[in-house]
Design a protein around this ligand. Structure first.
Ligand SMILES: [Zn+2]
Length: 330
């Protein structure tokens, strides 16, 4: 098995009305580093792509990436370059990228240009940006850093510039190697993320995995949100460590209709927080991502406070409404 650390540059329509459906971003460059299981570099890939959809460079792309349409004129189109790329990747590989966007965009472009799907369900990959945040900034890991900041912090700077696909893949691979080293090599594979360009196609291919510190469940599609929230597996809150039923402290509640929280207690493992994110696919259909996580008393109290605040806000709203109604009567 090899790791394919890759990065893409893409272009987009110069105005919203010119955006082509199913292809908001057209890939114009692929850069990649191939690492073996010991994280040694065993290959490089770097190709520009002649666009066939958007023929004017968006200002943002031109500013950041410094590629002009003239540079791309004699390159091969995506259908050719991507074919080379996939062949170069080989059959047995795990993708790694800086942040969650690139693998999705690769698949969206592949779908648009008529490739057969990389997978018919979620793909396990390594989000190095997320891993970097969890490792070096665990208290504030939701804040993600730019690649050049991470590279500077780890003192990995070389003379290769940033913001081109190959350079960014090169530095992402370096950061990945540092993280792998500190974890003891292949343990990095326990830190996988899931690309959800294709959600699980049926119940039997749903994702339900337990990591060191949490459990993650990714459902297949439901007809609507109500159906999802009535599903037993979706709202199930057994302790993921021991399988025992948790005592309900605060039942599933939501502030915005999209994220639901739960607080329970396992007599053996303590407080467990549940979080459901409802994600739309199309008009009505949804799928859900649920995480169950053992938390400290302090974190448990934060869930309580959130529920309290929500209650107070609702009470206040109700009070205002009755005052308004009173006014209208006078
Ligand atoms: Zn337990």
């Amino acid at each position: 098995m090899n790791y394919i650390v890759f990065d893409l540059e893409w272009n987009q329509a110069t105005r919203k009305s010119a955006e082509v459906q199913n292809l908001p971003f057209e890939i114009i460059e692929i850069g990649a580093i191939k690492l073996n299981e010991k994280f040694e570099k065993i290959g490089e890939f770097s190709r520009l792509i002649r666009p066939t959809v958007y023929h004017t460079m968006h200002g943002m792309t031109a500013d950041i990436v410094h590629i002009s349409m003239r540079d791309l004129k004699y390159e091969q189109p995506f259908s050719q370059v991507c074919k080379h790329f996939l062949k170069w990747c080989g059959e047995d590989c795990v993708f790694a990228t800086w942040g969650p966007l690139d693998l999705t965009e690769l698949q969206r472009n592949m779908s648009y240009f008529g490739f057969k799907p990389l997978s018919d369900g979620p793909i396990e990959y390594m989000d190095i940006q997320k891993m970097y945040a969890l490792k070096y900034n665990p208290d504030d890991y939701k804040k993600r850093k730019a690649l050049n900041v991470a590279v500077e912090e780890l003192n990995l700077m070389d003379d290769i510039p940033f913001h081109r696909a190959f350079g960014d893949a090169y530095y992402t691979a370096k950061v990945m190697r540092e993280i792998a080293k500190s974890l003891g090599g292949s343990k990095i594979l326990k830190k996988v993320s899931y690309d959800l360009y294709h959600i699980p196609k049926d119940k039997s291919s749903e994702v339900d995995v337990t990591f060191d510190t949490y459990n993650k469940y990714i459902s297949s599609a439901f007809a609507n949100k109500m159906a999802a929230m009535e599903d037993e597996k979706v709202t199930d809150t057994h302790c993921y460590k021991c399988g025992r039923k948790t005592t309900k402290k605060i039942d599933w509640f939501t502030a915005n209709g999209k994220n639901f929280l739960y607080l329970g207690y396992c007599w053996r493992h303590g407080y467990m927080k549940g979080k459901i994110r409802v994600r739309k696919i199309g008009d009505e259909k949804v799928y859900i991502v649920k995480t169950l996580k053992l938390v400290t008393r302090k974190q448990a109290n934060e869930v309580r406070e959130k529920q309290q605040k929500l209650r107070e806000a609702r009470r206040e709203k109700r009070r205002e409404k009755s005052l308004e109604a009173l006014d209208q009567h006078e």
